[in-house]
Design a protein around this ligand. Structure first.
Ligand SMILES: Cc1ncc(COP(=O)(O)O)c(C=O)c1O
Length: 477
């Protein structure tokens, strides 16, 4: 019987290495004995980059250390079953949507979902009904899906089979999941939650309550975003029996690599142990609060907060930029001081802080230098622009069409045309247009402002400062 003090995958790998194994198997670096000279400083990592061989279990049929580690993770995160993911929440989102729904099912989807959710809908062949989230009046940021939105959607589309929502948002603002779960379950639907930014919530009661604890059926979390885990490592958790575990396993088997790196698997195991330790030893937000106050003194204004009824994540700092500046400009200025932000918006930069009981060190002197270097700009306030309000309140996803002709045209001349590919501001990765959506003036102007202000858009093409988008040929007649 394993216990939470154990780290079964870490242990398995260490035991394997202790036997000084000779590798006549993949990967080709042979336990780090053959590797490119340019990577010599990474030499110590290579030996642990093992994959499935005797004694190391099998991610797709776990019976030993991986099964034990997944079991321990389920316990810590409050799930009935947990799967380890080695291709991020992206795979988790694909698998949960494909497992929970069948082709042709009608499903409510929060429109400001990450592109992986949108791709999942396409792969699953479901008919999406998109819902615009509630929008905070002050920041114009998404505050997620409310029960009223669900009620509207179910009144108009009573055959909905469930909802896929994102909580918390990139900025760390959570929806009231228990109320949404209750609503959806009363209608025999399932509630799937992309909780990519909330893997740390189980660590402390001082953090917002996670989606599993509030009754969601399937929850996907990027361990790598807010826990000390390697990039690409993630969890998929299931609770109850509304979504078939067999189908989840089936789709994960299809979507995940057959050669998972034990660097990622061990880091998922160790991250679970980290959360467990924090659950027992406690975490204090006092030093963090003190740092925030010092930061506010340096920048001369309060950090941005969500509206009162929304639970904020204390590890996400929304730092407002001085009047007349955009978040992208300040992001660049901070990078001159080697301070890298998670993302920038029109009037703020977002920082994600570490989940640690150690001292958190915000480089206040460097921030002060940046703020002092920003010449006052006549109090010109840059209007904060938001794309969320540009989405219709409720809209049906475009139907799968016969492949037709496509062409690249200038963004400015795309009004009224049908998008032939998603166009995605990155970060945060929420598609401005999905394939098949009509390109309207509001979103064209948003995209232009974003590009002019230094934002990035995936899915278009830049040539000589002109931006092209892919659209469907106009129908003849
Ligand atoms: C809300 C949300 N969901 C899913 C993802 C995809 O996560 P991953 O990078 O772990 O694949 C992201 C990535 O930024 C995200 O922001």
């Amino acid at each position: 019987m394993v216990c939470q003090q154990d780290q079964p995958i870490v242990r398995m790998v260490q035991q394997h290495m202790a036997g000084r194994p000779v590798s006549f198997h993949v990967p080709g670096h042979k336990n780090g004995t053959v590797f490119p000279a340019s990577l010599k400083e990474w030499k110590n990592i290579f030996p642990y980059d093992l994959t499935e061989i005797t004694g190391l279990d099998d991610l797709h049929q776990p019976e030993e250390g991986i099964a034990e580690a997944e079991h321990l993770a389920a316990e810590v995160f409050g799930a009935e079953r947990t799967w380890f993911l080695i291709n991020g929440s992206t795979t988790g989102n694909l698998a949960m949507v494909m497992a929970a729904f069948s082709p042709g099912d009608q499903v409510l989807v929060q429109r400001d979902a990450h592109k992986s959710v949108m791709n999942a809908l396409k792969l699953a062949g479901v008919r999406a009904v998109f819902a615009r989230p509630e929008i905070d009046e002050y920041t114009q940021l998404s505050i997620g899906i409310s029960r009223e939105i669900l009620a509207d959607a179910w009144a108009r589309y009573p055959s909905l089979k469930g909802a896929v929502i994102t909580s918390p948002s990139y900025e760390g603002w959570s929806s009231d999941i228990s109320s949404l779960a209750e609503f959806v379950h009363e209608r025999d639907g399932v509630l799937l939650v992309d909780e990519a930014h909330g893997a740390h919530f189980a660590a402390s009661p001082l953090l917002p309550k996670g989606a599993l604890a509030q009754g969601a059926d399937v929850v996907v979390q990027s361990a790598h975003k807010m826990l000390p885990a390697l990039t690409m490592s993630a969890y998929l958790h299931v609770s109850g029996s509304r979504v078939s575990r067999e189908r989840l396993s089936y789709y994960l088997g299809m979507l995940q690599s057959s050669s998972p790196s034990y660097l990622l698997l061990a880091s998922l195991d160790a991250a679970r142990h980290y959360v467990h330790t924090m659950q027992h030893e406690g975490w204090s937000a006092e030093q963090l609060s003190a740092q925030k106050q010092q930061l506010e003194a340096v920048i001369g204004s309060r950090l941005i907060q969500p509206p009162e009824h929304v639970a904020p994540d204390p590890l996400k700092l929304m730092v407002p930029v001085p009047e007349g500046y955009t978040g992208w400009e300040v992001q660049e200025a901070l990078e001159q001081e080697h301070i890298y932000s998670e993302l920038a918006g029109s009037s703020y930069v977002l920082w994600t802080l570490p989940l640690t009981s150690e001292h958190i060190n915000i480089p206040l002197k460097a921030v002060e230098r940046v703020w002092e270097g920003l010449e006052p700009r006549n109090g010109n306030r840059v209007p904060s622009f938001s794309m969320f309000e540009l989405f219709p309140r409720l809209s049906e996803g475009a139907r799968e069409e016969e492949p037709g002709g496509e062409e690249w045209i200038l963004l400015e001349s795309a009004e009224g045309r049908t998008a032939a590919a998603p166009l995605v501001p990155y970060p945060p990765g929420v598609p401005l247009w999905l394939e098949g959506e009509c390109m309207d003036a509001g979103r064209i102007s948003y995209a232009r402002d974003l590009l002019q202000n230094g934002g990035r858009l995936q899915g278009g093409r830049k040539e000589d400062n002109r931006f092209f988008v892919k659209v469907k040929h106009r129908e003849k007649g």
